[in-house]
Ligand binder design. Structure first.
Ligand code: HEM
Length: 412
């Protein structure tokens, strides 16, 4: 095995055997098909993520996106979009810009602010779980994070469907081969919508995330309108689909292991362990993108300057050099030091929120539908970096329904 395509459906269906080969045989592997340097061992991935000076996140023009072949098509729209300056976001900036931006937004995601959301997230989860009607992704895993972030931002319920569509079309266009036209339309619609929301919150602030982000910090710095709009969009793109996929991947792993799902039904307190193990075993973010700012040597391989590097989180999280029994899904691991949320200066800002949403959803499912079972094969998102499901058919009825009602003792 020397060349393979990251967009190959077989690889996307199950990348783990390829990861194992890469870690053992070619831990720093140049893939000609995608023009990417794949880094797969745990310690190497960590070293890349923690070295923002030599491994830049400033990816420049989105047309370089290696995960959506459609983005390289020479159509008129592509050419038009290519002329637009790349949006400056937290995720795609380097220090010192990144340091400043991160300081300005960090206040919105403190563990205390997020923990206070638990009762409302539980209510939303209960409502969705009660209305579950055949597809766990469509009915629960997908709407939940959108509703939560929309409420956090103070977006009226009437705009939620637009919100969801924009977010889905953006993620589709960026990462999963979806229409670039729809992506551009959604980006424009959502930028306009957020710009108007930001202006109105500046005039009359409320108790929501956008109002909080419009206020100055102790150094008197406030986000500019453009930074704020970009950050709101980033929250949708980085936070919604990933959390949806965490919930779906967790349920897929548990359905494959009915004994564990049964244990969760008996003790919903195990939900937190199931969420952590899913992040390690089958995390939503499989790979990140970096550009080398200089020639870099890893092991005995020299990566040239200006190369695109893909640190594979999914491969690192199954590296037997770091984990005992890495291919087993276990709820009793002594440590959860996986790197599913990245590491270093870009470490995910939404970890507390994602963990809370996933844990509460699993607890609610285990309490209300302990007999939940798969009702057909799931379908997978066709992306090598975003791992998750498009559909997960389920049945909420007990797997074995008695043919007749169980006889109860009748009086005398
Ligand atoms: C299971 C769910 C999630 C996963 C697996 C995940 C994963 C990640 C990863 C791996 C990074 C690092 C990217 C890099 O180093 O290039 C990241 C960054 C980020 N995440 Fe998440 N994320 C999740 C949920 C969320 C949520 C719920 C939000 C917010 C609502 C969020 C917002 C962000 C932001 C803003 C960044 C950029 C941080 C920076 O560049 O400094 N994420 N996420």
């Amino acid at each position: 095995m020397t060349a393979f395509d990251l967009n190959d459906p077989d690889f996307i269906a199950n990348p783990y055997p390829v990861y194992a080969w890469l870690r053992d045989v070619a831990p720093v592997h140049y893939g000609t098909t995608n023009d990417l340097w794949l880094v797969s061992r745990h310690d190497d991935v960590l070293a890349v993520l923690r070295d923002a000076r030599r491994f830049s996140s400033d990816l420049g023009n989105a047309d370089d996106n290696p995960f959506n072949p459609a983005l390289r098509s020479p159509r008129a729209l592509s050419r038009l979009l290519d002329r637009l300056p790349p949006a400056r976001t937290l995720l795609t900036s380097d220090p010192p810009d990144h340091t400043q931006l991160r300081r300005k937004v960090a206040k919105a995601f403190t563990p205390r602010r997020i923990a206070a959301l638990e009762p409302r997230i539980r209510q939303i989860a209960e409502q969705l779980v009660d209305d579950l009607d055949g597809d766990l992704v469509r009915d629960l895993a997908s709407p939940l994070p959108t509703i939560v972030i929309a409420e956090m931002m103070g977006i009226p319920a009437a705009r939620r469907d637009d919100f969801k569509r924009w977010s889905d079309e953006l993620v589709d266009g960026l990462l999963t081969g979806g229409s670039r036209l729809k992506m551009a339309r959604s980006a424009i619609a959502i930028s306009w919508f957020f710009a108007r929301t930001v202006r109105s919150r500046r005039r009359s602030p409320g108790d929501d995330l956008i109002s909080l982000l419009t206020t100055r910090d102790q150094d008197g710095d406030a986000l500019t309108l453009g930074e704020l709009v970009n950050f709101c969009i980033l929250l949708l793109v980085a936070g919604n689909e990933t959390t949806t996929n965490l919930i779906s991947n967790a349920m897929l792993a548990l359905f494959d292991r009915p004994d564990l799902w049964r244990r969760l039904g008996e003790d919903p307190g195990l939900a937190s362990a199931a969420v952590e193990e899913t992040l390690r075993y089958d995390g939503p973010a499989q790979g990140l993108l970096r550009i080398t700012t200089t020639e870099v040597v890893i092991g005995d391989v020299t990566i040239p300057q200006g190369a695109r590097v893909l640190p594979l989180l999914g491969a690192a999280n199954r590296d037997p050099r770091h984990w005992a029994d890495p291919d087993a899904f276990r709820l009793d691991r002594p440590s959860n030091d996986h790197i599913a949320f990245g590491s270093g200066i870009h470490y995910c800002i939404g970890t507390a929120l994602a963990r809370l949403e996933a844990r509460v959803t699993l607890e609610t499912l285990a309490r209300r539908h302990p007999h939940l079972a798969p009702a057909g094969p799931p379908t997978r998102i066709q992306s090598p970096v975003l791992r998750g499901l498009r559909t997960l058919p389920v049945t909420v009825r007990p797997a074995t329904v008695p043919a007749h009602p169980v006889a109860t003792a009748q009086p005398g």
